[in-house]
Design a protein around this ligand. Structure first.
Ligand code: HSE
Length: 412
């Protein structure tokens, strides 16, 4: 029986998870692909570290040695960096290998170039692991929603942030302790700034935008914020008001314009993301024929990410085209309308006596925290004038009838 030879670049959480899963699911892979899958090489950085890798596998720090292997079929990339892995994958494609990547930052920057090159060399690109961990969101969009016009996508795309917010609320953990736990569990990036400041979710959003709309928005026009401004006091007060903080990415297309933002918002009980907890991710796709679909599952960690890579392995070995089905959507999409409408906000620091006819007070949770209705422009003015310290949008429906005995909550 012939063999499919795979090289794994990087042996961190993801690389090791892929290696182990290829061993543990060898029979399943052989039965689906009709050929045995064998890890032929692993690219590492540090030769001194001990690793549990079979003796017949080439372990090297030199990518050229890997490319020189006879009959290499697939290169799986799970390196923490942007430019070097891009160079490796370029070379791999030009050597006739299919490629699979879990590298969001690299793929958000260079995905188009890799997909075009792969098409020219008639090889496939798998990148399911770049977005939402184990949730098969990319294949769903790429394979199953070919005729539907996607209007709007919302997602919790960073497992670490969702995990930290859940720990802070449920277990009253500090931000720092919750982050350490996320790192110990293998959820966080090597530099967790990417997680907690929203960069990781931003890259994932850009990848989704390309699949849903055939292109990315101008990165400079995308609002990106992380979760570092959310205190435990805010989380607790919001909970008493029937709201939870979620870090949500949102993309829609209005005419030819793609609108995207990645930021923490508040959702009420009726929102599909209210109960997405811990390391879970969720993606809600709203499209014209089917309506609304929500996919939910583990968004980070060794095996969820390995699952996405292994499914890609089958996909690329069947040499399915990665690029052909994605074209710029020319049909009119009437996604979220961005007007100057009044929206609901949780605001901190605004004095109860502050009087402004453009602002409607909805509920007062404490001296410092209230829910108001105003336009984004008005809210930004309050911040610029230092009348308030921070604000968070409430999305979806909010039940203003909430009355909680534990809090002096005045519904105004
Ligand atoms: N650090 C990422 C997260 C890993 O927490 O979502 C999965 O992409």
């Amino acid at each position: 029986m012939s063999v499919i030879k795979v090289a794994i670049l990087g042996f961190g959480t993801v690389g090791e998870g892929v290696y182990r899963t290829i061993q543990s699911h060898a029979e399943e892979l052989t039965s689906v692909l009709g050929r045995k899958v064998e890890v032929a090489a692993v690219l590492i950085k540090n030769k001194q570290k001990t690793r549990d890798i079979r003796e017949d596998v080439l372990i090297t720090t030199d990518f050229a040695e890997i490319l020189n292997l006879p009959q290499l079929d697939v290169v799986v990339e799970a390196i923490v960096d942007k430019e070097q892995p891009f160079t490796f994958l370029n070379q791999a494609i030009q050597s006739g290998c299919h490629i699979i990547t879990a590298n969001k930052e690299m793929f958000a920057h260079h995905g188009n170039e890799l997909l075009e090159l792969a098409e020219n060399y008639n090889v496939s690109v798998g990148y399911e692991a770049t977005v939402a961990g184990g949730i098969p969101i990319i294949q769903t969009l790429r394979q199953l929603l070919n005729v539907n016009r996607v209007r709007h996508i919302q997602g919790i795309l960073n497992g670490t942030s969702n995990f930290i917010l859940t720990e802070m609320r449920e277990k009253k953990q500090s931000f720092a302790d919750a982050l350490i736990l996320a790192q110990e569990k293998g959820y966080a990036e090597a530099d967790p700034t990417n997680d907690v400041e929203g960069f990781d979710a931003f890259y994932k959003t850009m990848i989704l935008s390309r699949i849903a709309f055939g292109e990315q928005p101008n990165w400079k026009n995308v609002e990106r914020a992380g979760i570092t401004s959310i205190s435990r006091e805010l989380i607790e007060t919001a909970e008493k008001m029937g709201l939870r903080f979620k870090h949500i990415a949102s993309i829609s297309k209005t005419g030819s314009q793609i609108n995207a933002e990645v930021k923490p918002v508040l959702v009420g009980k009726s929102h599909p993301f209210y109960s997405i907890e811990g390391v879970e991710n969720a993606v809600n796709i709203h499209s014209d024929i089917v309506g609304s679909i929500t996919l939910q599952g583990p968004g980070a960690g060794m095996y969820p990410t390995a699952s996405a890579v292994i499914e890609d392995l089958v996909y690329v070995c069947q040499n399915r085209s990665s690029n052909k089905s994605i074209t710029k959507t020319t049909a009119a999409c009437d996604g979220e309308k961005k007007g100057n409408e009044k929206e609901l906000w949780l605001i901190q620091g605004l004095s109860k006596n502050y009087n402004n006819p453009l602002i409607t007070w909805v509920a007062q949770a404490s001296d410092k925290i209230a829910i108001i209705k105003a336009t984004k422009e008005e809210i930004e003015k309050l911040i610029n004038l230092k009348k308030a310290t921070c604000y968070f949008q409430i999305i979806g429906e909010y039940d203003t009838e909430i009355k909680n005995k534990e809090v002096t909550l005045a519904v105004l």
